[in-house]
Design a protein around this ligand. Structure first.
Ligand SMILES: C[S@@+](CC[C@H](N)C(=O)[O-])C[C@H]1O[C@@H](n2cnc3c(N)ncnc32)[C@H](O)[C@@H]1O
Length: 256
């Protein structure tokens, strides 16, 4: 048996080595959800905007034209080095980086007036705690936009989704359902204002390459997909090469 790692160690191991892949990833670099985010933030023109779990920095780059300062926060110093380099190359002088865990944000109460997070919360070991931290560092009335893969909500496809995600990436915690998200946000002191849902087609080869899934686990994902009941196969639209379609959602919430 190998030594046990913490959830934080697992995340850094999974993502640190893949920084360049996440900057370049077309799934992350564009999408209707980023356009939706830009439309939300533009009229708000925040003074200080946080990008929680910044990864390759695509939320930070989308926020930068509309905010005074953008602070890209991530556990992985290697991800943040890639964000700093990319922001400089794009001339985005208002993007800063801060290595931290979202469950312990290094900011004073009410220090920021906007926060966003995309495709990161399903890795957070303590999601309720992280959302409370997000609420603490936001001024009352500030907007938070959380975007992530979501569970279809029904137990059967939910179990299949979490199994595929965990085989791909052992730092996966959970793709929460929209009802769970609503309760989590309200429990952390946010009023949910709007939910926008999307469907995202994932190319299997690049999905596993991006996170470095070992071949034995990639084979297990394909083997599972081949055994999926009709309802599950139809929901995720599994292709012979393993590509499939994921549900995603953007939650716009206001710090109460
Ligand atoms: C898929 S990437 C994020 C993609 C990015 N937000 C985008 O829109 O392109 C997930 C990121 O979440 C970060 N992360 C996971 N758990 C975290 C935590 N507890 N605190 C801070 N960052 C975390 C990982 O290090 C990784 O860089």
């Amino acid at each position: 048996m190998t030594a046990k790692r913490s959830q934080t160690d697992l995340v850094e191991r999974q993502f640190g080595a893949q920084a360049a892949a996440y900057v370049a990833s077309p799934v992350h670099a564009s999408g209707p959800d980023l356009d939706w985010l830009a439309a939300v933030v533009a009229p708000l023109a925040p003074r200080v905007a946080l990008d929680l779990g910044a990864g390759g920095g695509h939320v930070s780059y989308a926020l930068a034209p509309h905010a005074g300062r953008v602070i890209a926060c991530d556990l992985s110093p290697r991800m943040l080095a890639a964000v700093a380099e990319t922001a400089a190359a794009r001339g985005l002088a208002n993007v800063e980086t801060r290595a931290c865990d979202v469950a312990a944000l290094p900011f004073a109460d009410a220090a920021a007036d906007f926060a966003a997070s995309r495709y990161s919360a399903h890795h957070w070991g303590d999601l309720p705690g992280a959302l409370r931290e997000c609420r603490r560092v936001l001024a009352p009335g500030a907007t938070a936009v959380i975007m992530d893969a979501v569970s279809p909500g029904r137990p059967l496809p939910d179990s299949w989704l979490q199994a595929l995600e965990l085989l791909r990436d052992p730092s996966h915690v959970r793709d929460y359902g929209c009802d769970e998200w609503a309760a989590l946000l309200e429990g952390a002191g946010f009023a949910l204002r709007r939910v926008e849902r999307f469907r995202l087609r994932l190319d299997f080869a690049s999905w596993i390459a991006r996170i470095g899934t070992p071949p034995v686990q990639a084979e297990a994902i394909l083997a599972l997909q081949r055994q999926a009941p009709a309802e599950v196969a139809a929901h995720f639209d599994f292709a012979a090469d393993g590509s499939f379609t994921l549900d995603t959602a953007c939650f716009e919430a206001v710090a109460a």
